[in-house]
Design a protein around this ligand. Sequence first.
Ligand SMILES: [Ca+2]
Length: 335
Amino acid sequence: MGNLLRVTARKVIIDCDPGLDDALALVLAFGDPELEVVGITTVAGNAALERTTANALRLRAFLGTGEVPVVPGSSHALTGNRLAREGGPHGVSGLGAVTLPEPSPPPADGHAAGFITEAVRAHPGEVTLVALGPLTNVALAVRAAPDLVDQVRDLVVLGGSYTRPAPAPDFNLAADPEAAALVFGAGRAVTALGVDVAGRARAGRAVVAEMRAMGRLGRELLAPCAEFPGRAGGDEGPAVYDACAIACVINPEVAAFAPAAVTVETSGSSGGSGSAEGTHVTGAGAAAGRPLPGTTVTVLRPAGPANALVATALDVERFWELTLNAYRRLALRLG
Ligand SMILES: [Ca+2]
């Protein structure tokens, strides 16, 4: 049976910036037999690159998935701005209060963008690339190897807002708006899950109680990720955005999607002068009349060509059923 599952499992590369919800997403990816994680690539975002990479390595070790390469990528946006928002909602470490053992094997050699290109070319039409952080690595890969867009099975982006205007641009796109614009303009329909829809999946008290009952995995990783004070989301609990994107790869019926024409506001020609506009995004404070860099402008079901398939609704119950099942499966394996 194991072999049968392997044959049909969907290959994914997870480009991420762990990150509490990145961690919850990685556990889901490793716990669900529908997916075969062929690599984890890291980008600065929720913390600096050294930390997001170290966090990915720690998670890999803790989850017993040492054979999966972890490949570090970009510390800075395409414009040269720093990507990281250290000390933000994910804490200084990027993993809140979670403490995991030091990882033993180091990250793989090379750069995330090169790894993505090689892995996709090695399995044309088979690899789904899921971006859970700023889009710098993906943009670098697409820019260096334009054939990539025809060779990936799917390109899934977590970020933006497509069903309603957001008060401020979402971090993942705003951290590197030029990269985001490049990815959405790459000539292939991007599957995009915005924070407007992914934000509906929240780890409420009942969910956290279930996590806590899942042995070591639940006590030491899942529950602390969901309960970190920086992410407190009131009674509903914090949103688990990144896990939503993985769930949609496992089963697209978790969300409803519609074709859309999406453009991403960039910093414009003045962006290269050391402006930090693209890196600090959470406040509103848009310059009068012009959306902040990283803001998505969406025409749903356009008369003309669409460059994205955007999520418009989420089946929250189905999401948690799928996710908690995968967590339980991995928890059993870890004891
Ligand atoms: Ca993330």
